[in-house]
Design a protein around this ligand. Structure first.
Ligand SMILES: [Ca+2]
Ligand SMILES: [Ca+2]
Ligand SMILES: [Ca+2]
Length: 149
Protein backbone atom coordinates (compact mmCIF):
# COMPACT_ATOMS: atom_id res chain seq x y z
CA UNK A 1 0.00 0.00 0.00
CA UNK A 2 2.81 2.39 0.77
CA UNK A 3 4.33 1.77 -2.66
CA UNK A 4 1.05 2.62 -4.37
CA UNK A 5 0.77 5.85 -2.45
CA UNK A 6 4.32 6.84 -3.31
CA UNK A 7 3.77 6.24 -7.01
CA UNK A 8 0.49 8.14 -7.06
CA UNK A 9 2.11 11.17 -5.49
CA UNK A 10 4.46 11.65 -8.43
CA UNK A 11 2.69 10.67 -11.66
CA UNK A 12 5.04 12.65 -13.90
CA UNK A 13 8.67 11.78 -14.66
CA UNK A 14 11.39 13.93 -13.11
CA UNK A 15 11.54 17.32 -14.79
CA UNK A 16 7.99 17.09 -16.13
CA UNK A 17 5.18 19.31 -14.87
CA UNK A 18 1.69 18.11 -14.07
CA UNK A 19 -1.40 20.12 -14.95
CA UNK A 20 -4.78 18.39 -14.59
CA UNK A 21 -4.37 14.85 -15.98
CA UNK A 22 -1.40 15.63 -18.22
CA UNK A 23 2.37 15.80 -17.83
CA UNK A 24 4.28 18.45 -19.77
CA UNK A 25 7.95 18.86 -20.62
CA UNK A 26 9.20 22.27 -21.74
CA UNK A 27 12.29 21.07 -23.59
CA UNK A 28 15.13 23.61 -23.54
CA UNK A 29 18.09 21.25 -23.82
CA UNK A 30 18.26 21.76 -27.58
CA UNK A 31 16.45 23.68 -30.33
CA UNK A 32 15.00 21.47 -33.03
CA UNK A 33 13.17 21.61 -36.34
CA UNK A 34 9.46 20.94 -35.88
CA UNK A 35 9.69 17.37 -37.21
CA UNK A 36 12.69 16.62 -35.02
CA UNK A 37 10.90 18.10 -32.00
CA UNK A 38 7.91 15.85 -32.68
CA UNK A 39 10.21 12.84 -32.92
CA UNK A 40 11.97 13.79 -29.68
CA UNK A 41 8.62 13.83 -27.86
CA UNK A 42 7.73 10.40 -29.27
CA UNK A 43 10.89 8.97 -27.74
CA UNK A 44 9.40 9.85 -24.35
CA UNK A 45 6.00 8.27 -25.05
CA UNK A 46 4.72 11.80 -25.62
CA UNK A 47 3.62 14.15 -28.39
CA UNK A 48 4.15 17.79 -29.19
CA UNK A 49 1.53 19.54 -27.12
CA UNK A 50 -2.01 19.65 -28.52
CA UNK A 51 -3.78 22.68 -27.08
CA UNK A 52 -7.44 21.79 -26.68
CA UNK A 53 -8.78 24.50 -24.41
CA UNK A 54 -8.24 27.99 -23.06
CA UNK A 55 -7.43 26.40 -19.70
CA UNK A 56 -4.59 24.39 -21.19
CA UNK A 57 -3.44 27.37 -23.26
CA UNK A 58 -3.40 29.63 -20.21
CA UNK A 59 -1.28 27.10 -18.33
CA UNK A 60 1.21 26.83 -21.19
CA UNK A 61 1.47 30.60 -21.66
CA UNK A 62 1.88 31.27 -17.95
CA UNK A 63 4.59 28.66 -17.56
CA UNK A 64 6.41 29.91 -20.66
CA UNK A 65 6.40 33.44 -19.28
CA UNK A 66 7.43 32.29 -15.80
CA UNK A 67 10.46 30.43 -17.21
CA UNK A 68 11.82 33.85 -18.17
CA UNK A 69 13.93 32.59 -21.08
CA UNK A 70 12.23 34.71 -23.76
CA UNK A 71 12.21 31.89 -26.30
CA UNK A 72 9.65 30.38 -28.65
CA UNK A 73 8.19 26.88 -28.18
CA UNK A 74 6.91 24.61 -30.94
CA UNK A 75 3.45 23.12 -30.42
CA UNK A 76 1.89 20.26 -32.37
CA UNK A 77 -0.13 22.27 -34.92
CA UNK A 78 0.71 22.24 -38.64
CA UNK A 79 -0.75 22.94 -42.08
CA UNK A 80 2.19 21.32 -43.87
CA UNK A 81 0.00 18.77 -45.67
CA UNK A 82 -2.60 21.28 -46.89
CA UNK A 83 -2.09 25.04 -46.74
CA UNK A 84 -4.57 26.70 -44.39
CA UNK A 85 -5.99 23.41 -43.10
CA UNK A 86 -4.58 23.19 -39.61
CA UNK A 87 -4.32 19.86 -37.86
CA UNK A 88 -2.75 18.59 -34.69
CA UNK A 89 -0.19 15.85 -35.16
CA UNK A 90 0.09 13.03 -34.50
CA UNK A 91 -3.60 12.89 -33.51
CA UNK A 92 -4.92 14.34 -36.77
CA UNK A 93 -7.47 16.36 -34.81
CA UNK A 94 -8.78 19.58 -36.29
CA UNK A 95 -8.60 22.83 -34.35
CA UNK A 96 -11.23 23.17 -31.62
CA UNK A 97 -9.50 26.05 -29.85
CA UNK A 98 -7.02 28.61 -31.15
CA UNK A 99 -5.09 31.56 -29.79
CA UNK A 100 -3.47 33.20 -32.82
CA UNK A 101 -1.55 36.42 -32.25
CA UNK A 102 -2.99 39.41 -34.12
CA UNK A 103 -2.33 39.06 -37.87
CA UNK A 104 -1.44 35.37 -37.59
CA UNK A 105 -1.36 32.89 -39.17
CA UNK A 106 0.13 34.75 -42.15
CA UNK A 107 2.07 31.95 -43.89
CA UNK A 108 4.71 34.69 -44.07
CA UNK A 109 7.59 32.65 -45.50
CA UNK A 110 5.75 29.43 -46.28
CA UNK A 111 5.12 28.93 -42.59
CA UNK A 112 3.46 25.61 -41.80
CA UNK A 113 4.27 24.95 -38.13
CA UNK A 114 3.07 26.75 -35.01
CA UNK A 115 4.81 28.03 -31.92
CA UNK A 116 4.08 29.96 -28.79
CA UNK A 117 5.82 33.22 -29.68
CA UNK A 118 7.66 35.06 -26.93
CA UNK A 119 7.60 38.28 -28.99
CA UNK A 120 3.81 37.95 -29.21
CA UNK A 121 3.25 37.34 -25.49
CA UNK A 122 3.13 33.60 -26.16
CA UNK A 123 0.12 33.78 -28.41
CA UNK A 124 0.40 31.57 -31.50
CA UNK A 125 2.41 32.26 -34.65
CA UNK A 126 3.03 30.11 -37.70
CA UNK A 127 6.73 29.78 -38.55
CA UNK A 128 8.90 27.85 -40.99
CA UNK A 129 9.03 24.21 -39.90
CA UNK A 130 12.77 23.95 -40.46
CA UNK A 131 13.56 26.75 -38.05
CA UNK A 132 14.94 25.49 -34.73
CA UNK A 133 13.11 26.20 -31.49
CA UNK A 134 12.55 24.77 -28.06
CA UNK A 135 9.33 22.76 -27.79
CA UNK A 136 6.69 21.37 -25.44
CA UNK A 137 5.82 17.68 -25.13
CA UNK A 138 2.75 16.33 -23.36
CA UNK A 139 1.56 12.90 -22.29
CA UNK A 140 -1.57 11.83 -20.53
CA UNK A 141 -1.48 10.26 -17.10
CA UNK A 142 -3.09 6.84 -17.33
CA UNK A 143 -6.09 5.79 -15.25
CA UNK A 144 -3.91 4.22 -12.59
CA UNK A 145 -2.30 7.58 -11.94
CA UNK A 146 1.05 6.45 -13.24
CA UNK A 147 2.97 6.59 -16.47
CA UNK A 148 4.55 3.58 -18.09
CA UNK A 149 7.89 4.10 -19.74
CA1 LIG B 1 -3.32 18.85 -24.57
CA1 LIG C 1 1.09 27.55 -43.90
CA1 LIG D 1 3.64 33.83 -39.07
Amino acid sequence: MCEVAAVSAAPCPPGWIQNDSTCYSFVTSSKEHWTSASYHCSLHSASLVEVDSSTENDFLRKHSIDMGIHSDFWIGLTDDSSEGNWEWLPSGNTVSFSDWAPGQPDNGHNEDCVLLSHSKHYHWNDDQCDNSHYFICEREIDEGGTIIG
